[in-house]
Write a protein that binds this ligand. Structure first.
Ligand SMILES: Nc1ncnc2c1ncn2[C@@H]1O[C@H](COP(=O)(O)OP(=O)(O)OP(=O)(O)O)[C@@H](O)[C@H]1O
Ligand SMILES: [Mg+2]
Length: 366
């Protein structure tokens, strides 16, 4: 079966909330998911991810806008009229049905012949690594196994669209990593166009073809993990994807335009690409911790800083420094030959100008 695009065409959802009054949970979200793509909606709690997904699924009707599966407008269709599978945080298995019957359920509803049901269920249970579990019941399975049953149940109907809402959040850290790799492999093998919801940025980066970062009901930026990490459009995206330093800076007075930026007393050229600070303007400049270089001799750096904490993590060392009264994080990739800077030491900091970013500011959710 050909993979199909999903279109979210300027969808808005407002609720009448008993306490908060009228709430715009989703605000003019416009997005095209490519055929076979796994796109993740990523954002803080309450930003509208689940509401967006529920509109795609048909559990919620948009106040405005349309949902398209391929060229078909499905906005008015019921959940069971959209050819789609979904996997939620709580596995929602039928406790009184065996694993086989849990997976077979959607096919029985479609009145598929028994022999075809048996072969389809057997095939997908093998795909998710649960061959031999057919006669077990959900309460005899671990959380990770139950979630794989939920996945098998979602794909057995051969859906054209797969929707995931925080499917891994009930699993422990190790199983989360393992299961997300499985989901990713299966989604790529079957080439089912998928929308995946999470508030975990690492999970989003690991599993997605592209990520749509949401804030306050809106999509702030869409891109691959690399694009969002290296070229965030706003400070919100920069802080939400990976870790980042935010440093106070002032544009120098009396310099030809564009004036250089003072950071901890050292002048840096203004970052290109984005907006520019005017002479005398106070701004914040962003830099990723792994771009911050430390040298043992403070005189060899752009400016000095004091090591306040050091965490040795094997292949890397994370430092927290204090420079000009503000904290600064630096990550250094280490080998056995690397000299570590001890807490309390004064070191030199170098900020490569090409990795500094000046970004438009954006308010978070309250
Ligand atoms: N049925 C409803 N009635 C009223 N308000 C609602 C309803 N459903 C969601 N909301 C509100 O819409 C906003 C978005 O909620 P949503 O569940 O989509 O967020 P989310 O991004 O999935 O958050 P989380 O990460 O916590 O799951 C919230 O402010 C929520 O209170
Ligand atoms: Mg949610």
């Amino acid at each position: 079966m050909e993979a199909m695009a999903i279109g979210l065409d300027h969808i808005t959802k407002t609720f009448l909330h008993r306490v908060k009054g009228r709430v715009t949970a989703v605000d003019d979200v416009h997005l095209d998911v490519e055929p076979g793509e796994l796109l993740t909606l990523l954002g803080p709690s309450g930003c509208g991810k689940t509401t967006t997904l529920r509109m795609v699924a048909g559990f919620e009707k948009p106040t405005r806008g349309r949902i398209l599966f391929g060229r078909q407008d499905v906005t008015g269709l019921m959940v069971n009229q959209r050819n789609m599978g979904f996997v939620f945080q709580n596995y929602a298995l039928f406790p009184h049905l065996s694993i086989f019957e849990n997976v077979a359920y959607g096919l029985r509803v479609k009145q598929m012949p028994a022999a075809a049901i048996r072969s389809s269920v057997t095939e997908v249970l093998e795909m998710v690594g649960l061959t031999g579990y057919e006669e077990q019941f959900p309460n005899q399975l671990s959380g990770g196994e139950q979630q794989r049953v939920a996945l098998a149940r979602a794909i057995v109907i051969r859906p054209q669209v797969l929707l995931f809402d925080e499917p891994l959040s009930n699993l422990d850290a190790k199983l989360r990593v393992h299961t997300r790799v499985e989901i990713r492999n299966l989604q790529k093998t079957l080439r089912i166009t998928s929308i995946y919801v999470t508030h975990d940025q690492e999970e989003a980066m690991a599993i997605s073809d592209r990520i749509a970062v949401m804030n306050r009901g809106r999509i702030v930026q869409v891109g691959t993990a690399e694009e969002l990490y290296y070229r965030p459009g706003t400070d919100f995206v920069a802080r939400f994807i990976g870790r980042i330093n935010s440093l106070p800076a002032t544009a120098r007075r009396g310099e030809v335009s564009p004036p250089r930026l003072d950071i901890c007393g050292h002048p840096y050229p203004q970052p290109g690409g984005g907006r520019q600070a005017a002479a005398g303007e106070a701004v914040r400049v962003f830099i990723r911790p792994e771009m911050v270089a430390l040298v043992g001799d403070p005189a060899q750096g752009d400016f000095p800083a004091r090591v306040t904490a050091r965490t040795f993590l094997g292949e890397k060392v994370e430092y927290v420094l204090e420079a000009g009264g503000a904290p600064l994080g630096a990550t250094a990739y280490a080998s056995a030959a690397t000299t570590l800077h001890p807490p309390g030491a004064t070191v030199g900091v170098r900020l490569p100008a090409e990795h500094l970013m000046l970004l438009p500011e954006e308010k978070d959710l309250p």
